[in-house]
Design a protein around this ligand. Structure first.
Ligand code: C5P
Length: 488
């Protein structure tokens, strides 16, 4: 199994990678060390850091060994200096040169023999584009400078935090703008914003994903309620060879629901529109109206995100049995309805912090008759406090398709309409605090705007709602910006 962990300087990728490798029983490779080694040797030999030929030659011959905490370059101990800021700078300069990159990438590919956790800038995009799991860690510059300072202080140095911040920004700029293998998240990487998270929490989230998506799926799922921030004990003692082909249960179940819906509603009865509006990575709160039992299976099934979790009423999950088993495997987690259920809210925040998708129904219950009913404040609270973009989803015709009390669904037109993502503000432009209820109403307004007039219920008067809620929300950034999770 290959796990790629990329990210900018100080995002924690090496510390996280090392711990993840330990838990999975795989070797760990910090690819930055090779560029640092080339930079160090070039400085010693007096090679100009723009001399592509000389540096390419150097990179082709360099030998880096890591044993315990000791780093050796061409047989000599470099442990004390390899992480110094001047070598960070030199590494980033030599890393721009295509010949150096080719030589280093060749070495990296030869390491680990198909089983490795590797940290860097281009592991998921260039070194191992077919890696089994890809992560991209981000954090604000301030936070990353703080971490680097702590790291250097632990080695007995006295770094200047301000200077580190400048150095990191400069390196980010160079690493992300260079022509050869610029630093970026792979399209299929899970982006984790690690601001405010400690090492343990990030390691837990990475292992959780590796477990959820990978071969350890079954063992992890036998746990009662896997929380995102916990390290699954199963993952800790789950070393092993490449798992080979595998089926991801949640993906399979979602596929089956889609298949069932398409077959049952064949002949043009099922419509999905606005798919291009769905951010493909990064935190997202998906809010839909709820009128039928088919909504909770349908919404995640058609959402192009496998990193989604749905809030489900606790009653369904407390009694062990086949129903609860299915729901848990369908990524449902319990919420005690009509209460500020702290545990569920914490779980929701964790999912979003990890860059995942939270699916919920702001009305708080299935509305059996009539149009939309007033939202509960919970969805507003989550969207307001996490700042995650909200995707409004209008479900049309699901009640007619499967009305309460009926045994079989009916063949009627069903539509899933995705509206433009929005973001709830903490404060209105005039400084007034946004209330949770207002935030929830703004989300419902966005859903109502996608619904036919007859289905809008208490949110029918769009004009006066827009006026009352002006300044409560703003359009969310596009998918690409949302994907980085830190606005840049
Ligand atoms: O990760 P670390 O900060 O040790 O990396 C030092 C430099 O090496 C980075 O700033 C970057 O320019 C370069 N590097 C790279 N590709 C990698 C790893 C590191 O270009 N995979």
């Amino acid at each position: 199994m290959i796990v790629a962990i990329d990210g900018p300087a100080g995002s924690g990728k090496s510390a996280v990678g090392r711990r993840v490798a330990e838990a999975l029983g795989l070797p760990f490779v910090d690819s930055g060390l090779l560029y640092r080694a080339v930079g160090a040797r070039a400085l010693e030999a007096g090679i100009d850091l723009d001399d592509a030929d000389a540096l390419t030659g150097l990179a082709g011959a360099i030998r880096v060994e890591v044993e315990g905490g000791t780093v050796r370059v061409d047989g000599r101990d470099y442990t004390a200096r390899i992480y110094r800021p001047e070598l960070s700078e030199a590494a980033s300069r030599v890393a721009r040169i295509p010949g150096v990159r080719r030589a280093v990438v060749d070495q990296l590919r030869a390491m680990g023999g198909g089983n490795v956790v590797m940290a860097g800038r281009d592991i998921g995009t260039v070194v191992f584009p077919d890696a089994d799991h890809k992560f991209y860690l981000t954090a604000s510059v301030e936070e990353r400078a703080r971490r680097r300072a702590a790291q250097l202080a632990a080695r007995g140095e006295r770094p200047d935090a301000g200077a580190l911040e400048v150095e990191i920004e400069e390196r980010d700029r160079r690493d992300s703008r260079r022509a050869a293998a610029p630093m970026r998240a792979a399209e299929d990487a899970v982006v984790l914003n690690t601001d405010g998270l400690d090492l343990e929490a990030v390691v837990g989230q990475v292992l959780q994903r590796v477990g959820t998506e990978g071969a350890r799926r079954d063992r992890i799922e036998s746990r009662d309620e896997p929380a995102l921030s916990e390290v699954p004990p199963e993952a800790r003692r789950a070393p092993g060879p490449d798992p080979g082909p595998r089926i991801e249960l949640y993906g399979l179940m979602r596929f089956l629901v889609r298949l069932l819906a398409r077959v049952y509603l064949a002949g043009g009865l099922l419509h999905v529109s606005g798919l291009e509006r769905v951010p493909r990575s990064g935190p997202l709160v998906v809010c839909a109206n709820h009128a039928s039992t088919v909504d909770p299976p349908l919404v995640p099934a058609f959402l192009p995100r496998s990193d989604s979790w749905s809030m489900a009423k606790a009653e369904l999950l407390v009694r062990p049995g086949f129903g609860a088993w299915v729901l848990r495997h369908y990524h449902a987690f319990p919420v005690v309805r009509h209460t500020p259920d702290r545990r569920a809210l914490r779980r929701a925040a964790e999912i979003l912090r990890a860059g995942g998708v939270l699916v919920l129904y702001p009305e708080g219950t299935r509305v059996r008759a009539g149009g939309l009913r007033e939202a509960e404040p919970g969805a507003g609270f989550i969207a307001r406090t996490t700042g995650a973009p909200v995707l409004p989803v209008a479900l049309v015709g699901t009640r007619e398709c499967f009305p309460g009390g009926s045994l079989l669904p009916r063949r009627v037109r069903v539509e899933i309409r995705y509206g433009p993502p929005l973001r709830i503000r903490e404060r209105r432009p005039d400084g007034r605090r946004v209330e949770n209820q207002e935030a929830a109403d703004a989300i419902m307004l966005a859903i109502a705007e996608q619904l036919p007039p007859g289905a809008r219920g208490v949110y029918a008067d769009l004009g006066s709602l827009r006026e009352r809620l002006s300044g409560v929300w703003e359009p969310a950034l596009g998918p690409a910006a949302a994907a980085t999770g830190d606005g840049g």
